[in-house]
Design a protein around this ligand. Structure first.
Ligand SMILES: C[S@@+](CC[C@H](N)C(=O)[O-])C[C@H]1O[C@@H](n2cnc3c(N)ncnc32)[C@H](O)[C@@H]1O
Length: 263
């Protein structure tokens, strides 16, 4: 085994709540947790200390966000920006086979792992994109965008609102200070075309702590010209950060987050 390889972590026991959240998709969710505990950790997508809380803090916490997405026939599109280890994107794709998840992640090492995991799970409702969100503004549009631990809400809105169809919503998973973050951001969000924003709590019926989601809904039209000046000329800088030696990664929140808020 190479010096920097990590031993696979023990797969955490499936909690009772997982049955309520995933129903007959529970075996797939268990397989996803097993992949996270194995190559998710050994490939550096998730911190080794997260192993015991893969269900509660990660997979279940993310999957319950589907409660904010009403059923609207098969193939309803959702773009998950900054998917990392597939959170929340893969958890949503497992919980809701009626949705089609686009996982957007600029780091090739991470999208390689995501594509392998999608194949291993046999999921047919997922497309993986190796790109920054801003690079897809002209190509990818959906009624829903999700994101966890990618950035604070105004920066996240600048990157992701052009991906929304008219009247669509950004669902940003947040921690306990979501309301303060929203209060500070209201004026900036309104300038970007947000017509309604609120902090929502989901999953409280099944989980000890509900998941906190900052929802920002746009109006009929977002003026894309307003965003152009913020669009980088290429996604090259993100690609250049790809595949850093594992030793140069941070420690901290466990999912590649450098000081950003993590639920
Ligand atoms: C802290 S990680 C969070 C990963 C995952 N969402 C989670 O909660 O475990 C942030 C991720 O966002 C990605 N990211 C950062 N800026 C991005 C952008 N503009 N577009 C798409 N992804 C981005 C990073 O490459 C990284 O994988």
């Amino acid at each position: 085994m190479p010096d920097d390889a990590l031993e696979p972590s023990a797969v955490p026991t499936t909690p009772v709540a997982a049955q309520a959240v995933f129903g007959d998709r529970l075996p797939l969710a268990e397989e996803f947790v097993a992949i996270l505990a194995d190559t998710g950790i050994s490939h550096g997508l998730i911190g080794p200390r997260e192993a015991p809380r893969l269900w509660g803090r990660h997979v279940l916490n993310c999957a319950v966000v589907h409660e904010l997405i009403p059923e609207a026939g098969d193939g309803q599109q959702v773009v998950d920006v900054g998917s990392g280890a597939g959170l929340p994107g893969l958890a949503l794709a497992i919980a809701r086979p009626d949705l089609h998840l686009h996982l957007v992640e600029p780091l090739a090492r991470r999208t390689g792992w995501l594509s392998g995991s999608v194949a291993q799970l046999g999921l047919t409702n997922v497309t993986v994109h190796t790109a920054r969100a801003e690079a897809l503004w002209d190509r990818l549009h959906a009624p829903w965008v999700t994101a966890r631990a990618v950035s604070r809400i105004v920066q996240l809105a600048e990157w992701t609102l052009p991906l929304l169809e008219s009247g669509g919503s950004l669902l940003a998973l947040k921690g306990s200070s979501a309301q303060e973050e929203l209060d500070e951001a209201r004026t900036a969000l309104a300038r970007l075309g947000v017509v309604d924003a609120a902090v929502e709590r989901v999953g409280g019926h099944a989980l000890p702590e509900p998941t906190i989601v900052l929802r920002a809904t746009i109006g009929e039209e977002v003026d894309r010209r307003r965003f152009r000046s913020r669009q980088p000329s290429s996604a090259g800088s993100a690609r250049r950060r790809a595949d850093r030696p594992r030793g140069s990664r941070r420690t901290g929140t466990g999912t590649g987050d450098r000081g950003r808020r993590q639920p």
